[in-house]
Design a binder for this molecule. Structure first.
Ligand SMILES: NC(=O)C1=CN([C@@H]2O[C@H](COP(=O)(O)OP(=O)(O)OC[C@H]3O[C@@H](n4cnc5c(N)ncnc54)[C@H](OP(=O)(O)O)[C@@H]3O)[C@@H](O)[C@H]2O)C=CC1
Ligand SMILES: CC(=O)N[C@@H](CCC(=O)OP(=O)(O)O)C(=O)O
Length: 342
């Protein structure tokens, strides 16, 4: 029997991508759809690509509207999820696509998000060591940030195999949908088209503590992260270029073997053949993660590169993958590794 799922934030980018995936999911029936400023509008006016749902009217995001569902997805701005979640019963599976429940350390949360910490839920990146066990049967899931998804998957095998020193340097490019639908003056078409630019430089980006949390847990010691995000003139995609100093005695063969081992049984993470490099175009619209790794012997550094679709594996696809695990379904149900080209 299908589970009934409500989507809060259905007018946004993350909510829209989630609905695209849920429409193709054989185990899900779509229930209430909610918005905020767009409540009362037809979804067809806001998400014209979701034709089967065009006639549906957005309701306000209230616990009453979201009640009576088996699963509730929250695709709301940071800080909005906790108040809604606490009014949903403990038997409802709540999947938060925002940041509210990702961080374990309350001090980190307060420093980067500037509000009281709501708590910590099982972390929806199944590929990380130990993560699947925490997600199976859980009634609460914190979907990771898009950059931490790309970065953690690129680097964790190096830490799991104790090949890398506990300091990582990351430069990642994101498509503009990562910033959400709400208009931002520095993100208008004329500012973004034909240009790339950094932002959040110098340890300021709120995804930095999330990356440190993930890599530190795998390494078994604190890992410092220098993270520089950049904005790229494309609607979707993240390309994360990550490097860490190699431990003494590391070889290219050992690095390759660690990555082959880490991803051998992963349905969505694809370690590319040697010599091929990840590209955002090849994961567009799919839940796939392309990874490649190299050992730069002259610099003594491990270089790991990953590409994801920020809205798919980076948000909505990751949410569906974790929902499947929480409900006891096959993890890949309703998800594809097949992209769109050209
Ligand atoms: N975009 C991405 O790549 C990723 C997004 N996420 C997370 O997903 C969440 C949604 O992001 P995204 O879809 O990009 O953002 P959007 O700005 O595109 O959408 C935001 C959604 O939240 C609703 N909303 C806005 N304010 C409130 C409020 N005060 N109370 C209730 N609902 C509100 C909006 O409704 P309305 O339009 O009707 O006002 C809209 O449906 C965020 O937490 C984001 O961090 C996570 C990973 C990646
Ligand atoms: C390009 C861009 O602006 N990307 C967003 C991150 C994507 C995202 O939404 O992540 P959260 O779920 O943590 O908010 C940013 O850098 O703030």
């Amino acid at each position: 029997m299908a589970v009934r799922a409500a989507v809060a934030g259905a007018s946004g980018y993350a909510g829209g991508e989630l609905l695209r995936l849920l429409l193709a999911h054989p185990g899900v029936e779509i229930g209430a759809l909610t918005g905020n400023s767009n409540a009362g509008q037809k979804l067809g006016a806001l998400q014209p690509h979701l034709l089967p749902l065009a006639h549906r009217v957005l309701e306000p995001t209230t616990p009453e509207v979201l009640a009576g569902h088996d699963v509730v997805f929250l695709a709301l701005p940071h800080g909005q999820s906790a108040a809604v979640a606490e009014r949903l019963g403990p038997d409802v599976l709540v999947v938060d696509m925002g940041a509210d429940f990702r961080l374990k350390d309350a001090g980190d949360w307060e420093r980067f998000y500037g509000s009281p910490h709501a708590g910590t839920w099982p972390y929806g990146l199944p590929e990380l060591p130990g993560a699947r066990a925490a997600l199976e049967g859980s009634k609460r899931v914190a979907v990771p940030g898009c950059y931490p998804t790309a970065v953690s998957l690129a680097l964790f095998p190096a830490y799991a195999a104790a090949l890398a020193e506990p300091e990582a340097v990351i430069v990642a490019a994101s498509g503009t949908s990562g910033a959400g639908k709400a208009a931002k003056p520095h993100l208008l078409g004329s500012e973004v088209m034909g240009s790339m630019s950094p932002y959040g430089v110098g340890g300021l980006h709120r995804h930095t503590p999330e990356m440190m949390q993930n890599l530190g847990a795998v390494a078994g010691e604190p890992v410092s992260v220098s993270f520089t995000p950049t904005l790229a003139p494309m609607p979707r995609g993240i390309l994360a270029t990550c490097s860490a100093k190699a431990k003494p005695g590391v070889t290219a063969e050992a690095v390759r073997a660690a990555y082959e081992k880490a991803f051998a049984d992963e349905p969505f993470v694809h370690l590319l053949p040697e010599g091929q490099w990840p590209a955002t175009a090849s994961v567009y619209g799919s839940n796939a993660v392309s990874v490649q790794v190299a050992y730069d012997a002259a610099a003594g550094r491990i270089i790991a590169i990953s590409a994801i679709d920020n809205l798919a594996k980076g948000t909505a696809g990751g949410a569906v993958q974790s929902m499947n695990l929480a409900l006891g379904l096959d993890e890949t149900t309703g998800l594809t590794t097949i992209g769109v080209a050209p």
